[in-house]
Design a protein around this ligand. Structure first.
Ligand code: WT7
Length: 565
């Protein structure tokens, strides 16, 4: 904690560069999927952020408010985030791939009065329909008083008068002055909330603060990726997730780095899109996920080989354990055996890298190697005793660190319960992952120990998928599990119990899949839905997802004597 200290992350990410040589350096290079491109120097970024900060104030935003941002991957997403931080409002960015219910629920939880969105974005050559999703979400949640809409696709969308305003109209009004004070914040004031999936159906809004998050993201970035002032850095994540918050937006900007943002799909129009970007912009460091690497690997090496990737110096991986084939391909074909791979283990909750190599660390493919400076990490049994090397156990963090999430918005008890209760006596943080530590002290992450799934690196709760299914009138109960998948890491398998008088059919199966797609988003769409008469439950009524999984995979289901049914 940095209690009593004063700071604003924007003073570090923008303001201080305006009085140095960094002022005219590119802060952001953006490429849209159709091939359009925009760049912003720190000077230009400051102008846009200041103007939008004033727009938000004119719409009534003030220090302490939570402003919801639901955008495609365009520069205005970053401008909106920074503008919120600058005026002291917290941002809550909702991933643009989420759909109506996911958005509505997060707007309501945060009690947001302002929504910043766009008419859509481009994905695989097609415009997405963000504003119409936002309209339906605003109808369901009812807290939004003003909605700012960036025109990106030019597609028709419904604008409610007195509530919805075009971004470009507001930005050309006198209210959008280019002079905007950066609000002085207490270091412990909220910078943003970011929703992530847990074991309950309701997503948790984790709270990150101006002070600790500034220190932790910028330091981890600088050391782990050996940042040099002439580097061009590309974190190919979506700004709507913690990876993007920390390592597309804040950490690079605090370091005065040039950060890259790309709007669309990695394989559109062809599977060389990313490699073309690296060549075109002379990118030095690429940070991405195993699922993206596997996705591109399946098109073969020739797409990468036709591009000059010699600018690359370092590579990074995040989101799930990287399998040896993907590691080898990434290392040999993309990094040309020249670029070490920084496999960084961390979480939405940790703000920044926790277990990670440095460029000088000898690597073992599939291991995130060792704790970052200052972190004491261990793998322990249920009682807190360190397990023997090579044995599996609970991953714990034994020390506090600057970037840790401070609480769950509106639910401080759940925060204590989830992360701090199990090892309360020792005061350790329970990460929710199982792991092993080998004889050399290298950490090997195995996966989640709770009912959290990692699908294509995205984090989803079984309970969220289940509540989306149950919100369909034909379903009374559901159980969602993850099944191993070569490409996505996991795919979703749902067992549903139908309401009386309704029988399962392939049509209903498809209808339920698209229902989940429409409520949460395409990432949550089950690959399989099976109809059943009952679910295995404990006597206290808890669904035993472990048993369903063992059964589906044809494994031993273990001892069933304590089950109700
Ligand atoms: C979970 C956190 C933090 C950025 C993206 C994910 C898994 C994350 C690794 C890695 C193995 C990893 C863990 C963790 N995970 N990085 N390098 N090796 N597993 O953030 O959505 O909050 O998910 O992702 O299971 O608990 P998140």
């Amino acid at each position: 904690m940095y209690t009593g200290c004063k700071i604003n992350i924007v003073a570090n990410a923008i303001d201080r560069h305006l009085v140095s040589d960094t002022r005219n350096k590119l802060a952001l290079i953006w490429e849209g999927e159709p091939g359009d491109m925009r760049t912003f120097s720190f000077f230009a970024l400051n102008r846009e952020v200041s103007k939008f900060g004033n727009v938000l104030k004119a719409l009534g935003a003030k220090k302490g408010d939570v402003i919801t941002i639901y955008m495609p991957q365009i520069p205005e997403l970053i401008i909106a985030m920074l503008a919120c931080a600058k005026i002291g409002a917290a941002h809550s960015v909702i991933y643009g791939g989420f759909s109506v219910e996911a958005l509505a629920e997060r707007i309501s939880d945060a009690k947001s009065n302002i929504l910043v969105t766009a008419d859509g974005g481009f994905r695989r050559g097609k415009p997405t329909d963000l504003k119409n999703i936002a309209n339906e979400a605003m109808r369901r949640s009812a807290t939004i008083l003003s909605c700012v809409v960036v025109k990106r696709t030019g597609e028709e969308c419904f604008m409610e008068s007195d509530r919805d305003f075009w971004y470009h109209d507001l930005m050309s009004m006198p209210i959008a002055s280019a002079k905007c004070e950066t609000e002085v914040m207490d270091a412990e004031d909220t910078l943003f909330i970011l929703y992530t999936s847990g074991t309950t159906g309701k997503p948790k809004g984790l709270v990150h603060t101006h002070g600790g998050y500034t220190v932790y993201t910028s330091t981890t970035f600088r050391y782990v990726f050996d940042y040099q002032p002439e580097d061009r850095w590309w974190c190919a994540a979506d700004p709507g997730w913690i990876t993007g918050h920390s390592y597309i937006v804040y950490a690079p900007m605090i370091n005065g780095a040039t950060t890259i943002l790309y709007e669309g799909a990695p394989n559109y129009p062809y599977p060389n899109r990313w490699w073309q970007m690296i060549e075109k912009y002379g990118i030095n460091i690429l940070y991405t996920s195993p699922t993206a690497i596997r996705g591109l690997m399946r098109f073969g090496s020739s797409w990468a080989e036709r591009h000059d990737l010699s600018s690359l110096r370092l590579l990074g991986s995040v989101g799930e354990p990287i399998n040896p084939e993907a590691w080898k391909w990434y290392y040999e074909v993309i990094g040309q055996k020249r670029c070490p791979i920084m496999d960084t283990w961390w979480q939405t909750e940790t703000g920044g890298f926790m277990i990670t190599p440095l460029p000088i660390t000898p690597l073992k493919p599939g291991s995130a190697t060792k704790p970052f400076f200052g972190n004491e990490i261990d793998v322990v049994d249920e009682s807190g005793k360190s397990v023997k090397s090579g044995e599996e156990g609970n991953l714990v963090i034994k020390n506090p660190w600057p970037g840790m999430a401070r609480t769950i918005m509106g639910d401080p008890e759940q925060y204590i319960d989830k992360y701090w209760k199990q090892y309360k006596k020792q005061g350790w943080y329970l990460a929710g992952d199982s792991a092993k530590i080998d004889e050399a002290g290298y950490v090997w992450i195995i996966g989640r120990i709770d009912d959290v799934l990692k699908v294509s690196g995205y984090r989803l709760g079984s309970a969220e998928i289940e509540s989306a299914l149950v919100s369909h009138p034909a379903v009374t109960e559901a159980a969602a599990i993850g099944l191993p998948d070569k490409l996505k890491g996991n795919i979703i398998h749902a067992t549903v119990i139908l309401a009386q008088g309704i029988s399962g059919s392939p049509e209903l199966e498809n209808e339920l899949k698209s229902h989940v797609n429409n409520e949460i988003g395409p990432i949550a769409k089950p690959a399989f839905i099976v109809f059943a008469d009952s679910l295995p439950k404990t006597r206290s009524g808890k669904i035993m997802r472990r048993i369903i999984k063992a059964k589906v995979l044809g494994e031993d289901v273990g001892d069933l004597t304590t089950l109700e049914d």
